[in-house]
Ligand binder design. Sequence first.
Ligand SMILES: Cc1cc2nc3c(=O)[nH]c(=O)nc-3n(C[C@H](O)[C@H](O)[C@H](O)COP(=O)(O)OP(=O)(O)OC[C@H]3O[C@@H](n4cnc5c(N)ncnc54)[C@H](O)[C@@H]3O)c2cc1C
Length: 392
Amino acid sequence: MSRRGMHDVVVAGGGVVGAACALALADAGLDVLLVEGREPPRWSAARPDLRVYAFAPDNAALLDALGVWPGVRERRAQPYRHMRVWDAAGGGELAFSADALGREQLGWIVENDLLAERLWTALPAAGVQLRCPARVQALEQDERGVRLRLDDGSRVEAAIAVAADGAESTLRTLAGLPVLRHDYGQRGLVAFVQTERPHQDTAWQRFLATGPLALLPFAEGRSSIVWTLPEDEAARMLALDDEAFAGELTAAFGARLGAIRPVSARAAFPLRRQLVADYLSGRVLALGDAAHVVHPLAGQGVNLGLRDVAALRALVRDAAGRRVEWSAPQRLRRWARTRRSENTVAAYGFEAINRVFSNDEMHLTLLRGPLLGVAGRLPPLLSAFWKRASGL
Ligand SMILES: Cc1cc2nc3c(=O)[nH]c(=O)nc-3n(C[C@H](O)[C@H](O)[C@H](O)COP(=O)(O)OP(=O)(O)OC[C@H]3O[C@@H](n4cnc5c(N)ncnc54)[C@H](O)[C@@H]3O)c2cc1C
């Protein structure tokens, strides 16, 4: 700890993004305290986490640099080598392949709990101090630093606080950072399934009038689905028995991999766009879901948050190399501006794709064919956006 009990950084929230942030900043030489409201995450191979991500190569490189990625890969990370996106209403197909890009894979499908557990395992050795379980309850700040009160009655002081405490972030609210929120009126239904034909290491996405249905390769013979549905349809799908649900799912996927049957429980989460107006308030930074919640269309929820972390890590390392103060207001402001602009483009991009494709209005249906490209020709704009969003 630096002067008189004062940490360099206190991170509120130890989900994947907060834990990666704490680890990255400690690795860059800072004194970091992490405050997490729940017990440390546990992962079980036998009970896979329904929350899976299409994990992008740049974020795998970040976790590799932090020494965490090999442990994730050893346990369970399914590479996907192809991506296919098509429209139930007909038209072309968007297809990417790792081979064409000179890569071994486009990314990996990884469970949230596995990432969180591996990150937490690395925290003590990196020197990150932990307060867990404890929740942030109150904030005071001035130009010298922040003082947080936790719900166990203790207080912590730091030069900078990071709000990584998720979509309902308490610290963001305490710092007076307003959010712009839009409910899509849709839910993301998630489950593990088995398909009659193999998944072919491919991330599949079919656009239906009600919303996209993604089928992500998870393990040998097993895939994970993320199905965007209007709220009442999601409630209906959750209530169906396995056999009826299997029938609906197989039809919705256009039987492209034969019959599909569920092999797990189902869960659904509300979908919304939620963007914080500013990523910085005095000495408090917001990142991850505390700063941006986006449509899960391209599986980017956690990827955007880890890019916030990578940018902050680069800032700290660059400042150390030049022997200047990393937390100077103008440097934090630059970080905040860049992250806000990148994440806003991504959020509205996913939303525009969802709106054009998840719709049966005539003029939008006519737009889709050319957008997806004809006879395998990739439409440059959509292709470039998708690749950029996926970190390719
Ligand atoms: C059910 C579900 C399924 C999802 N599925 C997908 C998907 O398929 N694909 C996708 O891309 N995205 C998905 N998402 C979104 C994705 O999970 C998030 O984008 C990602 O978890 C963001 O990580 P985070 O660390 O910023 O926030 P979180 O994972 O929400 O972590 C926040 C952490 O802060 C802690 N915390 C909260 N308040 C306090 C406090 N006051 N003090 C201290 N700690 C606090 C919480 O306990 C938690 O550990 C899903 C989300 C949910 C809820």
